[in-house]
Design a protein around this ligand. Structure first.
Ligand SMILES: [Ca+2]
Length: 291
């Protein structure tokens, strides 16, 4: 009985409210809407419209478009399946990949001449390369091992394990940055190779996958994208691509025959130039990125 009374009271009270207060509420609502409309027009005319009304929510940030200005060309060993390139103290270090043919090389950046070479054990497919002080790190494609070498003698050192595929590597002075073919960069401790962070990369708000050769320069990370003829400059703090660099047309159609994709990028901070080449390319380019 008590339950029946409670349920019977509520609709009746609601109906009473509608019949007695409805016109008042409608009038109040109308007044409020008119006031809001007048207020909005007034605010807009006065230049004080709320900031939210002027913000284009979801608009991707502007990406600067740059092109490659070639400063100089030099020969590149067309047998080198370039996977990583590093500049240090007027020397270039190159990691060349492929199973049974992987190597670590020291090149003369003036001539492209191979001055020193270490043949990597045949089971490894060498990939990205980075220099941390006097130690070179060379990662491998699927065997989940980072090989290290003495920078000057190429004497092998400690080996570090990691999970997943290894693509490319660079060192920003504090952290190693590693790509694995996805849209994700992994930051690693340069002493232990332990993971210390991740960053997802976005180009105009969209995931940028197939991140490949990396170059750490001036607090940012440059990358090329596997099979594509462009480079990007990434803000590692946000993952946002700030610059899109058109690198098409470096090789003529004739020179491109028998070669593979653009890969290999090294920054010379003393000249402010980048060395660019590709897998099996006959030429290396010293270049600047300009508007
Ligand atoms: Ca590099």
């Amino acid at each position: 009985m008590a339950r029946k009374r409670r349920t019977g009271h509520r609709p009746r009270r609601a109906r009473e409210a509608v019949t007695s207060r409805g016109p008042i509420r409608l009038w109040a609502l109308s007044v409020a809407l008119i006031a809001l409309a007048v207020g909005a027009v007034w605010a807009e005319r006065a230049g004080t419209a709320p900031q939210a009304a002027q913000t284009e929510v979801g608009t991707p940030p502007v990406v600067r478009t740059l092109r490659v200005e070639v400063v100089r060309t030099l020969p590149h060993d067309q047998d080198a399946y370039t996977q990583g390139l590093v500049w240090w103290n007027n020397q270039l270090f190159e990691s060349a990949g492929r199973r049974n043919r992987s190597s670590l090389r020291r090149l003369d950046p003036r001539t492209g001449e191979v001055q020193q070479r270490y043949e990597v054990a045949p089971e490894y497919w060498a990939e990205g390369l980075a220099l941390v002080d006097d130690r070179l790190f060379q990662i491998t494609y699927t065997l989940e091992q980072a090989l290290t070498y003495d920078r000057d003698s190429f004497t092998p050192g400690e080996t570090f394990g990691y999970d997943g595929e290894g693509w490319r590597l660079c060192y920003d002075g504090a952290r190693l940055v590693m790509s694995d073919g996805t849209d994700r960069l992994t930051f690693r401790d340069p002493t232990t190779f332990d993971v210390i962070g991740h960053q997802t990369v976005r180009l105009r708000g969209q995931p940028l996958r197939n991140l490949n050769e990396l170059e750490c320069a001036d607090g940012t990370v440059y990358a090329n994208v596997h099979t594509r003829n462009f480079l990007v400059r990434i803000d590692p703090a946000t993952g946002r691509v700030t610059d899109y660099i058109d690198a098409s047309g470096l090789l003529s159609d004739e020179a491109r025959r028998g070669t593979d994709y653009l890969n290999g990028m090294a920054y010379d901070p003393t000249a402010g130039t980048f060395y660019l080449t590709g897998k099996l390319w006959p030429t290396m380019f010293e270049a600047r990125f300009i508007e």
